[in-house]
Design a protein around this ligand. Structure first.
Ligand code: NAP
Length: 467
């Protein structure tokens, strides 16, 4: 990532880029392989600092955690007040809040910037989510704008908010990415197991979907992966890849953070858990003989079934993005960040992994109502989900009857039904809580907080008298 980002920077008019890696041989390889970049190779932090114009700007691309702390410490020792240290790795946003405060105390600016787009994005234009101070953004803005991806003429970078806001938003981006990928995988599984389509045929279905409202990078690459044939066996590549999905942790961070914030990101959580379940071979082997008691599901009209899957995918995807944006709203409130939700959707339109056509609809929704309480309640999304509902219910119920796991499809539909319900069984949960723990409850018909004397005569008292 670091070398590609450096090459991207060096390719922009007027930029001379100094590079440093703790292993000097890697720096040498980079400058030898890319003489066109005109890099200044440096072999120590002192030399690196001396090579930069003031105020200096350094972008760190190392593993999150101790490595990042080590590099920040070393740079802080050789930089001066007014200089800028940018951490472009996938740091946990609470670490970024801590680091920003510590570095700011030295007079040096620290900016945690989420960078999405993988190796290719780093080279040709990523989506960049910087946090840090407004002062640092003054200097950094033009540099990051010059290397970012461009969507409809606009660079995919914006000052997200102070301290850890950039890494927070990047974390949510990755969480949404987990949900989006799992949803696509569930759609593939249904098309194959119920629709009876072969991977190459499913690739064509995805390619077709990529011309409509589902148009996105992830749908596009799914078609590519499904088209790929394994050279050594002649089988579809997807059939020879071990079905155990890995994870680097940003999905789990999203869910952990959302739990702390009390935001239901059930689609993202199910996607993270689906990867965990897949990666438990011993448990899966032990459970493989368990009964299915499933019914045969063979739709008469295959084209109609494929369309149902598409609609269910689109509705579930709307829920996943809605939940992700709800988490951004809650995080902004908790950490006092002025995050412009519509701007975030805009900078995800190119360069990043979840780039998609429908992000424009999110920008429009927040432009129409910046205080939107839940993204899915915006008219465009409500309508889109309503149009998909019969198909969505057919797919989720059909999968349940057929014994096909659809954790993100099903949880997204459940979330939708929960959100729109007039009345939830939470009332009973409150009753149970009051029974065993005197946790009290409120009533629908009068003000106040109440407790029933469950171990006494079961009369109700005002909670202020209960203790
Ligand atoms: N790969 C992606 O698609 C992607 C996308 C977005 C964000 N990111 C984030 O970008 C960062 C870099 O990822 P990457 O894929 O480029 O990783 P990478 O190829 O493994 O490179 C990591 C770099 O960190 C250096 N490093 C590790 N520990 C260090 C320490 N203690 N002190 C000094 N340098 C240290 C390594 O130096 P040596 O060469 O000497 O080992 C290497 O230059 C990570 O935070 C990652 O999460 C990656």
């Amino acid at each position: 990532m670091g070398s590609n980002l450096a090459r991207n920077l060096a390719s922009r008019e007027g930029n001379t880029v100094a590079v440093f890696n703790r292993s000097y041989e890697k720096t040498e390889t980079l400058i030898t392989e890319h003489p066109e970049a005109g890099f200044i190779a440096t072999s120590s932090y002192e030399e690196f600092a001396a090579a930069l114009q003031k105020p200096r700007t350094a972008i760190i691309m190392v593993q999150a955690g101790r490595g990042t702390d080590a590099v920040i410490d070393a740079l802080t020792a050789v930089f001066e007040p007014g200089d800028i240290i940018v951490d472009g790795g996938n740091a946990l946003f609470t670490d970024t809040i801590r680091r920003e405060a510590a570095v700011r105390a030295t007079g040096i600016n620290f900016v945690g910037a989420g960078i999405s787009g993988g190796e290719e994005g780093a080279l040709n234009g990523p989506s960049i989510m910087p946090g840090g101070s407004a002062e640092a953004w003054q200097t950094l803005g033009p540099i990051l704008r010059s290397i970012a991806a461009v969507a409809e003429g606009e660079p995919c970078v914006t000052h997200v908010g102070t301290d850890g806001a950039g890494h927070f938003v990047k974390m949510i981006h990755n969480g949404i990415e987990y949900a989006d990928m799992q949803l696509i995988a569930e759609a593939y599984d249904l098309l194959r197991r119920v629709g009876g389509l072969e991977p190459a045929e499913i690739a064509e279905v995805f390619a077709e979907w990529n011309t409509g409202e589902l148009e996105s990078y992830l749908i596009e690459i799914t078609a590519e992966v499904l088209r790929q044939v394994d050279a050594s066996t002649g089988k579809p590549l997807v059939d020879v890849i071990l079905d155990q999905a890995g994870a680097k942790g940003t999905g789990a961070w999203t869910v952990q953070t959302a739990l702390d914030l009390g935001v239901p990101v059930s689609g993202i959580a199910e996607a993270v858990f689906a990867r965990s379940l897949s990666s438990k071979p011993a448990q899966r082997a032990a459970a493989s003989a368990m009964p299915a008691a499933a019914a045969e599901w063979a739709p008469d009209d295959r084209a109609a079934f494929v369309e149902d899957v598409r609609r269910a995918l689109y509705a579930s995807k709307i829920i996943a993005y809605s939940q992700g944006f709800d988490a951004i709203v809650a995080g902004a409130e908790q950490y006092d960040w002025d995050i412009k939700k519509g701007e975030i959707a805009k900078i995800w339109r190119a360069g990043c992994i979840i780039r998609a056509q429908f992000l424009n609809r999110i920008t429009e929704a927040y432009a129409a109502d910046p205080e939107l309480v839940a993204l899915v309640t915006a008219p465009y999304f409500t309508e889109a989900v309503a149009g998909a509902l019969p198909a969505w219910r057919r797919i989720v119920s059909g999968a349940a009857l057929a014994g096909i796991p659809t954790p993100t499809f099903a949880s997204s539909l459940s979330y939708y039904d929960g959100l729109r319900a007039d009345r939830l069984p939470a009332a009973l949960v409150q009753g149970q809580r009051d029974f065993f723990g005197a946790h009290t409850y409120k009533r629908v018909d009068k003000e106040g907080t109440f407790h029933t004397l469950w171990s006494g005569d079961r009369t109700e008292i005002s909670a202020t008298d209960a203790h």
